[in-house]
Ligand binder design. Structure first.
Ligand SMILES: Nc1ncnc2c1ncn2[C@@H]1O[C@H](COP(=O)(O)OP(=O)(O)OP(=O)(O)O)[C@@H](O)[C@H]1O
Length: 362
């Protein structure tokens, strides 16, 4: 029904008094993609979304939507629409009037705007409820109405601020699938802010991971998981161990790193100087326990905790400067099954499973 627009964020900052919430971020979100902003509380994701929507002024930088610089445009002229976490429906209006509200503000005649509102309610499979008020709906139904209301302006981009957070876990997963389907059907750009790694992985074409007002990585979920860019991303996404050390040598595309306790690790990579601090990530499911494999690289440690997880065991090991090195091992492995807290174990992984992590530029 609508055209999609590329969103270009060019060196955008947001300063509130003495707090810099967003530090000169730059990002291109391709037209028609599903983009999720993810990060811990206070990292600047909502401020970024609100600047895209025009609900918050931009301290410096520019935002372009398609070919238009919208930096100084009010929300209604940007070609974006926003769906709020709380849905912000009017309790005293029926669904048709709720959905038609922004058309009323634009001065569109009653019959025309009600017809368009009904069309949007139909798209969201809510036309049977058209004469109800928001309080007479379930959470999931209210969310559909809020979506219909945001989409009635035919936006080029839909901005969603934690759209699933008010729903119970079961509905969250169902509505998540509906959001993805809707985005595919409409073909417009969706920008969705969430706290949930799982939600972002399930929905996004591009995941943008923010930390302290900066973008740590913007890439597909697969790339973020398989090639986390920084130690922050590896830790925040989970399922990775991060080991720190210093570069001891560097040549032929292989960096040798020494951990504080003297263990030596090898990782593919270039461009690091001897003596430089370095971090590597190793996926928790790629670590072998109690195996001496001459192709593997690892260390000896002591088991500090074992959690039963059904098909797998989560084993925490102290060693190589880490006090929570985690291994996810199959529960079918007899050697692993018999392990106990306090056991000395040897851990190893294939050289290609060590990922060299970058540092954030300040
Ligand atoms: N209106 C404001 N005035 C002053 N500081 C603000 C304002 N809004 C946000 N901040 C600060 O800016 C920083 C980023 O806030 P923002 O709401 O963008 O983070 P967030 O990643 O969306 O967090 P959350 O997940 O908790 O919503 C925080 O330090 C916050 O305290």
């Amino acid at each position: 029904m609508s055209k999609a627009a590329e969103i270009d964020i060019v060196s955008v900052s947001k300063v509130y008094g003495t707090t810099t919430a967003v530090h000169a971020i730059s990002l291109k979100i391709p037209a028609g993609s599903y983009c999720c902003f993810l990060g811990p509380s206070g990292c600047g994701k909502t401020s970024t979304l609100r600047m895209l929507a025009g609900h918050e002024g931009i301290s410096s930088g520019d935002i372009r939507l398609g070919n238009t610089v919208v930096t100084d445009f009010p929300p209604a002229r940007r070609g974006t629409a926003m769906m709020f976490q709380s849905y912000a429906l009017f309790p005293h209006l029926d669904l048709v009037d709720n959905v038609a509200f922004s058309l009323k503000m634009k001065g569109i005649a009653r019959e025309e705007r009600r017809a368009k509102a009904l069309e949007m309610l139909k798209l969201m499979q809510m036309e049977a409820y058209a004469t109800r008020r928001p309080a007479q709906l379930s959470g999931g139904q209210q969310q559909r109405v809020a979506l219909a209301r945001a989409l009635i302006t035919d936006p080029e981009a839909l901005l969603l601020d934690e759209p699933l957070s008010a729903l119970d876990p079961f509905l969250k997963i169902r509505m998540r699938a509906e959001l993805k389907k809707l985005q595919k059907t409409l073909g417009i750009t969706f920008v969705h802010v969430t706290h949930s790694q799982e939600e972002a992985m399930a929905l996004a074409d591009i995941m943008v991971i923010m930390n302290d007002g900066r973008i740590e990585q913007a890439a597909s979920p697969r790339e973020v998981f398989e090639r986390p860019a920084t130690a922050f991303v590896a830790r925040f996404m989970g399922d990775h161990n991060v080991l720190s050390g210093r570069v001891t040598s560097n040549g032929d595309g292989v960096i040798t790193m020494t951990a504080p306790e003297g263990q030596v690790f090898f990782v593919r990579g270039t461009g690091r100087q001897a003596g430089e601090a370095v971090d590597i990530a190793i996926r928790t499911d790629r670590v072998r326990l109690a195996q001496s494999d001459d192709k593997g690289f690892g260390f000896n440690g002591v088991v500090s905790n074992i959690e039963y997880r059904g098909a797998t065991l989560k084993i925490t090991v102290v060693g190589a400067g880490s006090d929570d090195f985690t291994v996810i091992a199959s529960n079918d492995d007899e050697a692993v099954k018999s392990m106990a807290v306090g056991d000395a174990v040897s851990l190893s992984w294939a050289r290609e499973d060590a990922i060299l992590l970058g540092r954030m530029s300040a």
